[in-house]
Design a protein around this ligand. Sequence first.
Ligand SMILES: Cc1cc2nc3c(=O)[nH]c(=O)nc-3n(C[C@H](O)[C@H](O)[C@H](O)COP(=O)(O)OP(=O)(O)OC[C@H]3O[C@@H](n4cnc5c(N)ncnc54)[C@H](O)[C@@H]3O)c2cc1C
Length: 285
Amino acid sequence: MIPGSFEYFAPRSLDEAVNFLAAHREDVKILSGGQSLLPLMKMRLSKPEFVVDIGRIPGLDTITQEGNHIVIGAMVTHAQIEYSDFLNKNCPLLPRTATTIADVQVRNRGTIGGSVAHADPAGDMPATILALDAEIKVVGPNGERWIKCQDFFLGLLMSVLEPDEIVTAIKVPVTGNDKTAYLKAAPRSSGFAVVGVAVRMTMNAGGTCDRAAIAITGVTDKAYRAGRVEQMLAGKKLDAKLIESAAAEATHNIDVIEDINGSVEYRTQLTHVYVARAIEAALKS
Ligand SMILES: Cc1cc2nc3c(=O)[nH]c(=O)nc-3n(C[C@H](O)[C@H](O)[C@H](O)COP(=O)(O)OP(=O)(O)OC[C@H]3O[C@@H](n4cnc5c(N)ncnc54)[C@H](O)[C@@H]3O)c2cc1C
């Protein structure tokens, strides 16, 4: 459980970090909270020659409001999100998600930027930022770019991020009166989702669902939006029968995975049950 040898670099500015990454892009890894990278390095599944610790770069650990949006710095930890009064008031889906991640130790070190960049198919934050239609700010040698999160995740631990690009912030909306919930089924041993469901719904005064965003993690090689469920809910008054029949479409066209936590049939059924429960929980929020 000892990682291979590597050169450690702790830049004090984004420019310094990007220049170093660009110079070593073939064999470099960014270190944020280290909660995913270090286990991989200790198991020798990742053997970078260079590790760039971005924890000393100023300005990456703030939560700020910009009009109807909130910009969360990449180095903001799961624990900061969990206990942020501002987020609990203005975008409660994020803190609700953060509380379900692992244990206190992991939440104290793990960051939102690391969770997004890592693109773990069982990670919780990817589902939640998808349900929030978040945008991801990335800085690299060619300057900065904003990536819609629907375009960000490609597959198992894969995203559109280049090796010399740094995720610097995540932009989410103020969700106001929207109904939101995050629910997951996870083994106690790891806490990772067998299925995790993030829900955001806009309900009108008459009790009709104007818009639904349902995102799911743990079920296939990346988090995804359950478009068919969303379409079945939009424009309807939600009752138990509709919620159940919509939830049954949550794995439509999805290549459900099988692993030590369950067969395809088990995970499919669990997903349908958890989508229905998450919609019900959101309605009560
Ligand atoms: C015991 C345990 C249980 C866990 N349970 C859960 C769980 O239930 N749910 C869950 O979602 N997660 C879980 N995690 C993972 C945890 O949430 C990590 O914090 C997260 O996946 C990665 O964040 P990090 O800041 O630690 O990133 P790191 O480990 O530092 O980095 C992860 C990867 O992302 C890259 N990277 C990091 N930051 C950036 C950046 N800003 N820009 C570009 N690339 C970057 C790194 O190079 C590396 O490849 C668990 C981890 C452990 C150890």
